[in-house]
Design a protein around this ligand. Structure first.
Ligand SMILES: [Zn+2]
Ligand SMILES: [Zn+2]
Length: 216
């Protein structure tokens, strides 16, 4: 959804910084830049509401938090697939909106805001040279060299992991990445646990332990 937490804040801050830098003397244009930089994510909400029939933003946020977790046994809640609309495809949105802005200049702040938003969504840790330099061509888990290595988030930014911090990423070989994923799945942990998720999991786990002890 991106309406939640970190992503909303980073879109807001980046659009505000760019809007105020470009239009220091035109508050309405700056405001329009900020609004466009933030409002693009309402497409996720609209798609959710149309598919689920639930127009309550709280329900949408709850669904957003839940949907990134791998399915658990007995959980039959419906999933609504990808909630990215075509507006989130930069190769479609950007040429259209910039063409419109060239023809009609009042649209320029909108084009700037949308560009900032899509640029932020396009975070590519795979090309983060800080992680690659730190790893020196070796898997940071098992140390193997000379095999394909990929950058993985330790805690995904959607779950509160730090998007721009190299400490939140590691360069792993395919085997290590699979091992980590399997360990997370078999522990019934969400793939990328947030602090809240983790404490909820721990709570459930400790309740289960109490239950098991009673059974014995
Ligand atoms: Zn977005
Ligand atoms: Zn490895």
């Amino acid at each position: 959804m991106g309406v939640s937490g970190m992503r909303f804040r980073s879109h807001l801050l980046a659009a505000a910084a760019v809007g105020l830098a470009l239009y220091p003397r035109a508050p309405w244009r700056a405001a329009l830049t900020i609004l466009s930089g933030v409002a693009l994510d309402t497409d996720h909400f609209l798609l959710y509401a149309l598919r689920s029939g639930d127009w309550n933003p709280v329900g949408a946020l709850r669904y957003d938090r839940w949907r990134h977790h791998p399915p658990r046994r007995g959980d039959t809640r419906p999933r609504y697939g990808s909630l990215r609309s075509v507006a989130h495809e930069p190769q479609i949105t950007l040429p259209l909106v910039w063409l419109a802005a060239l023809l009609w200049s009042p649209l320029r702040p909108v084009a700037v805001g949308l560009t900032v938003h899509l640029a932020l969504d396009l975070h590519l840790p795979h090309y983060d040279w800080r992680i690659r330099r730190r790893a020196r061509g070796r898997c940071e888990r098992c140390g193997i060299a000379g095999v394909p290595l990929e950058v993985h988030a330790l805690v995904h930014p959607r779950y509160g992991g730090r998007r721009w911090s190299a400490h939140n990423y590691a360069l792993w070989c395919t085997a290590c990445a699979r091992a980590v994923r399997e360990a997370r799945t078999s522990a019934h942990l969400p793939d990328v646990p947030s602090p809240e998720c983790r404490s909820a999991e721990e709570e459930t786990a400790s309740k289960e332990n109490v239950w098991n002890r009673r059974q014995v």
